[in-house]
Write a protein that binds this ligand. Structure first.
Ligand code: AHG
Ligand code: MN
Ligand code: MN
Ligand code: MN
Length: 332
């Protein structure tokens, strides 16, 4: 990380992106522009979320997505807003979205980037005013510029990510992202329409005493996970589960902790999606000194085979993730 470029808290996102451009080996300005396009969409979605209860845009949209989930109106709105911002920005040729079964070709055939996104994470919390988020990963295309992006472009391992981030629409709205040179957090000031650097160079504690897990499914958890959850209880850890991955992840990133979504009877491969939930947050947590695994393999080394494939996710403070892996090995 270019420490000489350590920028003061309060720097705007735009200035930060410009000054840090030296960190991008391909400092052509295209990735900078893409990050700005994402920030623009986040501002627009933030405004829609804040007004949802007033504009009758909360509640169910009335159809299911490819995941078999009841789409919420804000799922659809966020999906449209991010696709539009990325299409208009011109840098992205192809998008993978939780809310779209197939690849979305933007028409920007000269675009050098692929974006995988969860436009709205934590949909079950939209109508009850609990924090929700957006999650994204950015890849460089492998296919020839001047054509539509290909499935091969979109099924790259997480280690190929060139950037990843999330927006958490919470008590304040924050954008947290990495380009492989550390993790930085920006807080949105709506009255100015700007993101300001508020959490420079985030490092996650090596251990913690917070565990996030939906224990409603625990009867069918793998034995090793059951044993780890009992270990947390025997050691008086705090159980914290918001039901929005981004919000649980963000709290654990700052305070230290672990989020676990294991295989269950209802979700034999876990519930979370590899391309636009697990990989994105795995890149961030590793850059912040943490760890992300599916129980046996580093998340970012999983070779994707399908756009919406799911994977078990154990992510957070390194010593806690190592402990879970120890319990899982003991189970074998
Ligand atoms: P999404 O709203 O994008 O479909 O993601 C929901 C995910 C994640 O945000 C959350 O941690 C998890 O689903 C909650 O699942 P359970 O309700 O099964 O606990
Ligand atoms: Mn969903
Ligand atoms: Mn999600
Ligand atoms: Mn979602």
């Amino acid at each position: 990380m270019n420490d000489k470029l350590a920028l003061p808290v309060g720097t705007t996102l735009d200035r930060f992106i410009m000054r840090k451009q030296e960190d991008f080996p391909f400092a052509s300005g295209e990735l900078s522009q893409l990050l700005r396009d994402i920030a623009l969409a986040a501002k627009i979605v933030n405004r829609e979320i804040n007004r949802a209860g007033l504009l009758d845009i909360s509640g169910a949209f009335g159809q299911q997505n490819v995941q078999g989930e009841e789409q919420q109106k804000l799922d659809v709105i966020a999906n449209i807003r991010f696709i539009r911002a990325l299409r208009n920005g011109g840098e992205v040729c192809t998008i993978i979205s939780e809310e779209e079964e197939d690849l979305i070709q933007t028409g920007n055939k000269k675009g050098r980037y692929i974006v995988a996104m969860d436009p709205l994470d934590g949909s079950s919390n939209i109508d009850v005013n609990v924090s929700i988020g957006t999650i994204f990963s950015i890849y460089r295309r492998c296919s020839e510029v001047g054509t539509d992006g290909t499935m091969e472009d979109c099924l790259q391992a997480g280690t190929q990510q060139i950037a990843a981030g999330y927006v958490v629409y919470g008590s304040s709205t924050m954008l947290v992202y990495t380009t492989g040179n550390g993790v930085n957090g920006f807080t949105y000031e709506p009255s100015l329409g700007e993101f300001f650097l508020s959490h420079p160079n985030i490092k996650t504690p090596q251990t913690g005493n917070i565990y996030s897990c939906n224990e409603g499914g625990s009867n069918s958890f793998p034995e090793g996970i059951k044993n780890y959850i009992n270990y947390c209880k025997e050691n008086n850890y705090s159980g914290r589960y918001i039901g929005s991955l981004v919000a649980d992840f963000h709290r654990n990133l700052l305070k230290g902790g672990i989020y676990i979504y294991p295989p269950t009877a209802k979700a034999p491969n876990g519930k979370l999606r590899l391309l636009y939930e697990a990989n994105s947050l795995a890149f961030i947590v590793e850059q912040a000194g943490g760890k992300a695994t599916n129980g046996t393999q580093r998340i970012m080394e999983i070779e994707p085979t399908e756009l919406h494939q799911r994977c078990p996710l154990i992510i957070g403070s390194t010593e806690m993730v190592d402990k879970v892996e120890g319990f899982l090995r003991a189970e074998v």
